[in-house]
Design a binder for this molecule. Structure first.
Ligand code: NJP
Length: 224
């Protein structure tokens, strides 16, 4: 039976590129994001046999729980979970930042990510699967006043804590940390940045390693 990866934030950017790379690698993909039309277009591209669109706001715990159940019901197993959905800052720093945006970043980048991991663990324990969390170079740097950066410091620390919790279970944890990537995360094109496919390759690398190999953290930065 083909392996299955569930991807949050699958409608665009890094998540969509990882879905394409995973299907090319023989995986089934369960695609989670809010944009139903975009997910349906991706399913049409990848093939209905391999891909399932599950429109869902990851901050809604019930909806995310139902999404995992739908993915498992459709493909019979979940071998990898890519907790990748994330949102950026609408303005720099804390003083200039917007409070509603602080809440959204914390809800999506932190709270919903922990929900994704909690929901994924029972499925991943069945076959010794992979949990991949999208952090950021911003989680390895001091960015003045940045709430976004601090959410990614959370991801970095949480991934290490999760790896310790799951050490005896056969579930591997990888924290993938991109530098700037040219995706809809930004309002304008970033021609000197990484391509989403560059991060997708790192995710596929992590989840296709032999059982005795652990890839706790990957940094992928653009060359200047
Ligand atoms: O950005 P984008 P990326 N519920 O905007 C989804 C991190 N990162 O691929 O819901 C469910 O193309 C949204 O879908 P939709 C970044 O922090 C990036 O660059 O339809 N899904 C879309 O699929 C993030 O963690 C850079 O709007 C929700 C996806 O999230 C990850 O990479 C650098 C949602 C965002 O895709 C992917 O970002 C870095 C919700 N409530 C880290 N809210 C970079 N681009 O430079 C959003 O270090 N989504």
């Amino acid at each position: 039976m083909s392996k299955t990866i569930l991807i949050t934030g699958a409608s665009t950017g890094i998540g969509a590129a990882t879905a394409r790379a995973a299907v090319a690698e023989g995986y089934n993909v369960a695609l989670i994001a809010r944009s139903e039309d975009t997910l349906n277009d991706l399913v049409a591209e990848l093939g209905e046999d391999n891909a399932l669109a599950i429109p869902c706001d990851v901050t809604d715990v019930r909806a995310q729980t139902a999404a995992f159940e739908a993915a498992h019901a459709r493909f019979g197993q979940i071998d990898a979970v890519f907790a990748n959905a994330g949102v950026g800052a609408s303005a720099k720093g804390t003083e200039q930042g917007d409070i509603d945006n602080f809440r959204t970043m914390i809800d999506v980048n932190i709270f919903a990510l922990t929900v994704t991991c909690k929901l994924g663990i029972p499925y991943l324990k069945e076959n010794g699967g992979d949990l991949v969390l999208t952090g950021s170079r911003a989680g390895h740097a001091t960015l003045p006043g940045s709430v976004y950066g601090a959410t990614k410091w959370f991801v970095r620390g949480y991934a290490q804590n999760l790896a310790a919790e799951l050490e005896e279970t056969g579930v591997r944890v990888t924290n993938v940390n991109p530098g700037m990537v040219d995706t809809p995360f930004f309002d304008e094109p970033k021609p000197d940045a990484l391509k989403p496919e560059d991060i997708a390759r790192a995710v596929i690398y992590a989840i296709t390693q032999p059982e005795h190999v652990s890839v706790p953290s990957i940094q992928v930065y653009p060359r200047r």
